[in-house]
Design a binder for this molecule. Structure first.
Ligand SMILES: [Zn+2]
Ligand SMILES: [Zn+2]
Length: 222
């Protein structure tokens, strides 16, 4: 990527991060304002549920980026495919890049989803709960690459709180994630906290890819 193109991508990522933060804050304020007092415990339950759902979502996105498209595919290539492919070649690069580069592409994707979805307070506790789960899932999915970065950080650079949270598996822990970095790169796709890895590891990814290849969507998994 040329210098100008790199600056353009960074600027796009910066705008995406600002836009996503503003949009998600607005959505959460609107949704919580509409909640009756008794429903607040429900609303809090949405957070751990979303923490699991977002982990599963990162697994699916990671599989897509590892398996389809190329680093030269317009827009999708430099923003999503490139970082995942480079990450396999140089797993520690993610600890050297700026936080903007680390989070920007996910924020752009999150802002596009929010713009299309426009979550509103709905009638009924279940619909309200599902909407909150959806918004929190987006928040966690956007920050997942930061937790992924922390899993690759050398232990001596990690602050104490991070080590404790990783050991307790509240954040993605290093040994769990490093299993993904061993050939054939087919396990532990989830990069937020690893809670959904037992589920994603049961998905027959190669068979899915073969089915998609028959539909004209070839994988370039190496
Ligand atoms: Zn991967
Ligand atoms: Zn990794």
């Amino acid at each position: 990527m040329g210098v100008l193109q790199r600056y353009a991508v960074r600027a796009l990522e910066g705008m995406g991060l600002l836009l996503f933060s503003a949009m998600v804050l607005d959505a959460l304020v609107q949704l919580h304002r509409a909640l009756p007092l008794w429903a607040w415990s429900f609303a809090l339950l949405a957070i751990p549920v979303a923490y699991f759902c977002a982990d599963l979502l990162t697994g699916v996105i990671h599989w897509v980026c590892d398996s389809f498209g190329s680093e030269r595919t317009p827009l999708w290539g430099p923003l999503l495919v490139g970082p995942f492919r480079r990450h396999h070649r140089d797993p520690l690069e993610i600890t050297r890049i700026s936080l903007l580069e680390n989070l920007g592409a996910s924020a752009i994707a999150g802002a596009l989803v929010l713009a299309a979805w426009q979550p509103q307070p709905l009638e009924g506790a279940l619909a309200q709960f599902a909407t909150l789960c959806g918004v929190w899932t987006l928040v966690f999915a956007v920050v997942s690459n930061l937790f992924h970065r922390w899993a690759h950080m050398p232990s001596k650079r990690k602050p104490g709180w991070m080590l404790v949270l990783q050991t307790k598996k509240l954040l993605l822990d290093t040994p769990t994630h490093l299993r993904h970095h061993r050939k054939p790169y087919r396990v532990n796709y989830c990069i937020l906290n690893g809670w959904a890895n037992p589920v994603s590891n049961r998905v027959p990814w190669p068979r899915l890819e073969a089915a998609l290849a028959r539909l004209g969507i070839p994988t370039n998994f190496d």
